[in-house]
Design a protein around this ligand. Sequence first.
Ligand code: PBG
Ligand code: ZN
Length: 340
Amino acid sequence: MKMKQISNNSLANGSYFPNMRLRRLRKSKALRDLLQETRISTDDLVYPLFVEEGLKTAKDIASMPDIQRIPPSKIVDVVSEILDLGIKGVVVFGIPSKKDEAAKSAYNDNGIVQKSIKTIKKHFGDRIVVISDVCMCQYTNSGHCGIVNDTMVDNDSSIEVLAKIAESHATSGADIIAPSAMMDGQVFAIREQLNDAGFNDTSIMAYSAKMASSLYTPFRDLANSIPTFGDRKTYQMPFTNSLESLREIELDIKEGADMIMIKPALPYLDLICKAREIFKLPLCSFSVSGEYALIKAAAEKGWISETDVMIEFLTSIKRAGSDIIITYFAKKMAKVLLEK
Ligand code: PBG
Ligand code: ZN
């Protein structure tokens, strides 16, 4: 069938060009594959690892299907599996057996994260990039990301502790320190302490624009880090604010960040896109627990295809401008890519 002829008039004013048919580019799967603009590779993916002190066998978490807290004895198996899938990065979260006011177990050289990093580095060396999450919420009684004075999370005493945690992670062999507490000046304090201790080559991936998001709930079950009072809105940034997110990123860069992060990912593609245009550093997006849980729950009900939605979400996060994606789907996505 012929397409309706368009008058010369409308051609001349550029409003319509009848010979241009974008469907030509979509004729076959092979052609679509050839012309695909955004591609994800396993090189882009980082898998979050949750290691619990004193645990004997892996523990399921109801709100995070297929994600487990693992015992220290399983680390080598889990990382081997990740490497076999072609994934090159993990972010390590620790669940300590003891919490206190001062988050002491967070900077203990024999703490759960420190031991985990040592185990990974001893077995796999530079074959895997170890990113360590630097925060206090799993380690404080309050479940807050900093030191609580009376009822406030105190900024300046908190950054001192964060710097100590960072140094102990670097000492254990972490490649990248990722401070996630959203305390002002945390990147500078960490950079100084790392340099003073001789860790000039340990880089910092700043959780720069970390929103006070409701999408972290499953993570807090997983990491045992629910705040006992209040919320995190005095330190995590308001999700309504785009300019403020750029200021957060800018400050972290000035303080010495080597890489920046936006978190969560999917509802903040506009910020990822803007940050990619403005800043020249590697940009990481953290697709958080709630993003994962939404897909898992809807798929379990049979309402969506888990695999297809996963691919669509992750590709969109990449298309918006992310260089690196931290995702609970890393293993599943890697399997899809291997089978392709
Ligand atoms: C806390 C921290 C959070 C996440 C990682 N580190 C959020 C929070 O509890 O406020 C969220 C990750 C996720 O939801 O997957 N420092
Ligand atoms: Zn925290």
